[in-house]
Design a protein around this ligand. Structure first.
Ligand code: NAD
Ligand code: UDP
Length: 324
């Protein structure tokens, strides 16, 4: 029997989605990439357009989908704080209505469906590192809530569609992931620091830079997601996917300065509201169930990402919102 599957990737033109599409196309699957291009552009998938097993659809996941597929990776959602806070009501709709639409489609065509959830479901965590059993510390009325609560509600929908309708689900909680093809103007810390360093601009550390994040390189992330989708039906998640090596934001700035050899200086800017003070995944479950752990550490991942940023012309990128 053929191993070729018909696979939908929502948000497939984005940073992570485009790498998922690339991997699935290279594995020989019949891939539909669906995107409304809010935070991405066609150039991310232009190299896939002449593959016979790749198709690009402009569509917004808040509207119903009608396709026939075997698997769905639901990755459509703005992920950078400046973008998801630009139109917070739309962000919530994208998470919630997007989940309902892909789950309804999965139910109709008996497809397996994976949700790209996030470490933000833990909010500003008071348990450290964060295991999947931790229920989180999210401010439900804060500026980040449209994203955090939207993703939490999407997880609820995934588990209710599984229990009520027998939909075959997977849920991964992604921790800060970076790499080539991040939007240079998405405002996230890795892309901001590298773009600023290359352009010789000041490096903007928010607050005193003592807050921490744990950064996962995109190749490690893609591998984990593929393993999760193809793992046994008994293990649906949620599972943390991330690199447990934790750095302060100031340490990240210093590494970027060293690796780019820039003359840029570090300056401090106000810390945004509800900015989590610490974040580190407990990946015991991913190790045990998926036999997965990250292979690429920060220095090497940053080098590869810097090379990509140096190879592109920033003027070819449209800033998605004024908030970068
Ligand atoms: P991204 O912004 O590059 O990609 C998101 C994609 O979704 C973009 O192509 C965007 O145009 C598209 N999109 C947004 N709203 C849409 C809508 N209503 N309809 C159709 N398409 C829509 O971000 P990313 O980092 O690639 O994130 C991909 C997914 O992974 C997101 O769901 C995000 O929440 C999740 N995630 C990412 C990280 C990370 O560190 N990169 C961490 C946690 C979770
Ligand atoms: N950050 C920063 N300077 C920037 C962008 C972000 O110091 O130019 C900080 C931000 O305040 C946060 C961390 O870097 O503490 C990670 O921010 P990002 O937006 O990448 O992701 P998230 O906060 O969602 O983890």
């Amino acid at each position: 029997m053929s191993q070729i599957k018909r696979i939908l990737v929502t948000g497939g033109a984005g940073f992570l989605g485009s790498h998922m599409c690339e991997r699935l196309v290279n594995d020989g699957h019949d891939v539909v990439c669906l995107d409304n291009f809010f935070t991405s552009q066609k150039s991310n998938v232009a190299h896939l357009l002449d593959h016979q097993n790749f198709e690009l659809v402009r569509h917004d996941v808040t509207h119903p989908l009608w396709l026939e597929v075997d698997e769905i990776y639901n990755m459509a959602c703005p992920a950078a704080p400046g973008h998801y806070q630009y139109n917070p009501i739309k962000t919530m709709k994208t998470s919630v209505m997007g989940a309902i639409n892909v789950l309804g489609m999965a139910k109709r065509c008996n497809a397996k469906v994976l949700q790209a959830s996030t470490s933000e479901v833990y909010g500003d965590p008071d348990v450290h590192p964060q295991p999947e059993s931790y229920r989180g510390n999210v401010n439900p009325i804060g500026l980040r809530a449209c994203y955090d609560e939207g993703k939490r509600a999407a997880e609820t929908l995934f588990f209710d569609y599984m229990r009520q309708n027998g939909v075959n689900i997977r849920v991964v909680r992604i921790f800060n992931t970076y790499g080539p093809r991040m939007h240079p103007f998405d405002g996230r810390v890795v892309s901001n620091f590298i773009r600023q360093a290359i352009a010789g601009e000041d490096i903007t550390v928010f607050g005193d830079g003592s807050q921490t994040r744990s950064f996962c390189y995109r190749d490690d992330l893609v591998e984990a997601i593929i393993r999760m989708m193809n793992g046994p039906d008994e293990f649906v998640g949620p599972v943390n996917i991330g690199n447990p090596n934790e750095f302060t934001i100031r340490e990240l700035a210093e590494q970027v300065i060293e690796l780019t050899g820039t003359k840029s200086r570090i300056i401090e800017k106000p810390l945004p509201a509800d900015d989590p003070k610490q974040r580190q995944p407990d990946i015991t479950l991913a190790k045990e169930k998926l036999g997965w752990e990250p292979q690429i550490q920060l220095r090497e991942g940053l080098q590869r990402t810097i090379e990509w940023f140096q190879s592109v012309d920033f003027s070819n990128f449209r800033a998605p919102t004024p908030n970068y």
